[in-house]
Design a protein around this ligand. Structure first.
Ligand code: AMP
Ligand code: MG
Length: 441
């Protein structure tokens, strides 16, 4: 049985589980216990702040909107005139006639007074003139020279006006620390007049593939060899997470080369990802090297695909406690297992280390078109193609071979069909959860 000491010195919660059948949720929780969010932060211009993590709360320095303003093109007036005209709300006609005393445009306020019985022609976004609180839309009025007439029942007092500070109040928290900045957040920061954001520094993630059989795309494919796809898929997934990727290439199945690359990775990166070499029966030196350089456990996850996983810390000095430490994830070599392990185990850890507030990936309930054989006691992530049927329900079909080496069915899929740890066989038409690959990001 492997042990893994928590960096704080307290025993991790692993002791409750068989590390050769570790439930996915337990593995996720143990990994998160080990994560310390990055402390360093930097100020970046807004145009570079997308997908970065806010290092501190953003306090609104102004009211948004900065002034009461019109929400529609029309005529602004003192809404007290509505009741005076006999508006009752019961629909009985009550005509109100107002003389137009001026115009207000966005960026060009009307600064004069608005006497009783008068109104101001106003455009969307223009500041409400002093004494006015209501806008009657232009479609609702009849114009007669310099006057307008409308049914006082057609508007209520305060209608079609946006209040100062109704979106964001000056002094309030506009965005909280830990926010992973999205396009709307960048717009929101701009609406506060801010030119930059204080964000955590980007995580540095080193990654490499292991295996004598691997050739890089562009190289000739020698007999018995395959192209290294994991490094490219990992690089692409890391790109989506907006970390600073460090591609350390392919490392041969050679202890000295592996040790040298791991030390270099720990020297430069916060997190090190490897693929291959962690399955049972694999050349022993991979385990020996990882254990020699650090404090690494070899788990068997109760997950499919993606059972073997090495997790822990390695040190640049070549032994625990010497030099710089980096978190290590040794992912399985089979390409789909690499991706599933990344999404389920590595991704939440990278997000937490980057300082982002937890953002569980949404699960969507769906009906499965096919029966699926499933053994209770492990979580399965099958590749599926989901669509909404005419009645508005999500339906999902497995995309074919669920072999952990078949990238084509992963590529064809648009979701994972998540078969829960305790679930057994499924009949066609049964309910499942799906995890969609794409969303608005
Ligand atoms: P391993 O975990 O090293 O035993 O590898 C398991 C399977 O995944 C083997 O068939 C490997 O050839 C394959 N594999 C390992 N690394 C890669 C990689 N970087 N790209 C594509 N396939 C890989
Ligand atoms: Mg290998």
């Amino acid at each position: 049985m492997t042990t893994l000491n928590h960096p704080s010195g307290t025993a991790g919660c692993i002791s409750q589980y068989d590390p050769q059948a570790l439930p996915v949720s337990a593995a996720q929780a143990i990994v998160l216990q080990w994560v310390t969010p990055l402390a360093a932060s930097e100020r970046v211009p807004l145009r570079h702040a997308l997908a970065r993590v806010l290092a501190e709360d953003v306090i609104s320095p102004i009211d948004v909107p900065a002034h009461d303003n019109a929400a529609m093109d029309g005529y602004a007036f003192d809404g007290a005139a509505l009741a005076a005209a006999g508006a009752s709300g019961d629909g009985a006609p009550a005509r109100l006639t107002l003389a137009v005393c001026g115009k207000a445009f966005a960026g060009h306020p009307y600064t004069g007074g608005v006497a009783a019985g008068t109104c101001v022609r106003i455009m969307t976004g223009a500041p409400m003139p002093a004494g006015c609180d209501t806008v009657v839309p232009q479609e609702r009025v009849e114009t007669h020279g310099e006057a307008i007439t409308f049914d006082a029942n057609a508007v209520t007092r305060g209608a079609n006006a946006r209040r100062k500070g109704e979106d964001l109040a000056c002094g309030g928290v506009a965005l909280a620390a830990g926010r992973l900045l999205r396009a709307s957040d960048i717009g929101l920061l701009a609406s506060l007049g801010l030119v930059e954001a204080n964000v955590r520094r980007r995580l540095r993630v080193a990654y490499f593939s292991t295996g004598d059989e691997l050739r890089s795309p562009g190289e000739p494919l020698d007999p018995g060899c395959i192209y290294d796809s994991n490094r490219y898929a990992l690089g692409a997934m890391l790109q989506r997470l907006n970390v600073e990727p460090i591609d350390l290439g392919v490392v041969r199945d050679d202890p000295a080369a592996l040790a040298a690359t791991l030390k270099l990775a720990a020297e430069t990166a916060d997190v090190v990802l490897t693929s291959g070499g962690v399955s049972v029966g694999e050349a022993d030196f991979t385990r020996t090297q990882l254990q020699a350089l650090g404090d690494v456990s070899f788990w068997g996850l109760a997950m499919r695909p993606g059972r073997p996983l090495a997790f822990g810390r390695i040190w640049s000095g070549g032994r625990p406690g010497a030099g710089r430490a980096a978190l290590l994830f040794g992912l399985p070599g089979n390409p789909v297992a690499t991706m599933v392990s990344f999404y389920q185990i590595v991704r939440p850890a990278l997000m937490a280390m980057a300082g982002a507030s937890p953002q569980p990936v949404p699960l969507v309930p769906a009906l499965c078109d096919q029966s699926i054989r499933k053994r209770p006691g492990r979580t399965e992530f099958q590749r599926g193609l989901a669509r909404r049927d005419a009645s508005g329900h999500w339906r999902v079909t497995p995309t074919g071979s669920q072999s952990s080496g078949a990238l084509s069915t992963m590529s064809e899929a648009n979701c994972f069909i998540v078969l829960a740890h305790e679930a057994g066989d499924l009949d066609a038409g049964d309910a499942v959860d799906i995890m969609l690959f794409d969303g608005l990001v």
